[in-house]
Design a protein around this ligand. Sequence first.
Ligand code: GLU
Length: 474
Amino acid sequence: MTIKTRFAPSPTGFLHVGGARTALYSWLAARSQGGQFVLRIEDTDIERSTQEAVDAILTGMEWLGLDWDEGPYYQTKRFDRYNELVDQLLAEDKAYKCYAPKDLLDTIREEQKANGLKARYDANHPKVVEANSQAKADDPHVIRFRNPKEGKVVFDDKIRGRIEIANSELDDLIIRRTDGSPTYNFCVVVDDWDMGITQVVRGEDHINNTPRQINIYEALGAPVPEFAHCSMILGDDGAKLSKRHGAVSVMQYRDQGFLPQALRNYLVRLGWSHGDQEIFSMEEMIEFFSLGAISKSASAFNTEKLHWLNNHYIKHGDPDEVAKHLQWHLDQQQIDASQGPALTDVIGLVGERCNTLVELAAQSRYFYQDFDEIDATAAKKHLRPVALAPLQVAKGKIEALDDWTVDALKAVIADTCAELDVGMGKVGMPLRVAVTGGGQSPSVDAVMHLIGKDRVVARIDQAIKLVEARAAQS
Ligand code: GLU
């Protein structure tokens, strides 16, 4: 049997990290078993579903690298099929028309609560029986599924183990509303059956639906898939992860400068483990993943760990991949990197200092863009009159260099120090401030090497002018 899993989001908002993790687990379940992965958009709630949310989900999935073999299917395009099967259940007396008006059912629920009973639909309640016997065939009605009265539903959740629920706990679920639209629990079953889904991986918020859905599968004569219900993600304070905790949408993580590889690695470990390994390539995730190794307990989001992973992937990820994502951030920060050093070289030099691509883009700026302003604190400290001689001497040696290498630039600094009989800092710092516009950067010889000779000389000149102007003022 071919393994087939799916991700079935409702397009009512962005792709939440919790949803993304469920999608990742479902995708990995398919990929690790040589199966197929289906994407289905559950857009039957027409009021709340939007095209914008559909687009956000597709973009989020693509950004995370979760490709699908089939779909996206849209539930709103499958109404005929759902209705065909509602009619079939009606014809087989496995479903029935219920004419009891909503206000009557509400009153009954209130009574039940007042008597300390569980509020539920009761087909045998005298008033419901009366409403149904007095109605004419065409009166407004819903279609209810005739849930078995006896026995129990048992299933072995791949994550949570055996789950049993007595049928006496389940009432007769509405499968078609008064307006003729089929309901969620019914559509999901029909889709999962028609699409050949063998493993349903979804959030634990659906666990109460599963026994009801299993009864519907059985009534339709459809094979019941396996189920795996993933636990919630909590914020660092133990409450359910929400906007209050910071970014919750996958695309917000992109905007904040995270690599998809890092977020994916972070999400896979948030509730799943393989020994004590923390870093997983996509291939390793696929090789080692199993639904059974997902934890039953809720997992707490840890932003620090995500930063650590992001830094790891900036440093050790495929440089071309990192460059592709960095390019997006450079565009956002309006840094034109078309002229100047290769992005991969800049990443190699600056990357290890950065936890996000937003920082990395900001710290790449001086490799590509000249500036007239120098950071005031750095200038005040390092571009004083005593810096004039080091800048002039170093500039002369740099201009004379034929061999534009890091080692040659390192030698220029050492020679300048020797000539003026000053320490490294007295030459290195003014040079750093002159060529980068600030007091912090990787090793200044390597930085100058990437910036290139003409630009380096012009920037030292600019700094010399500033120092001279200052000296003239004092
Ligand atoms: N559409 C449902 C949701 O977004 C998921 C249904 C399912 O996975 O069975 O919560």
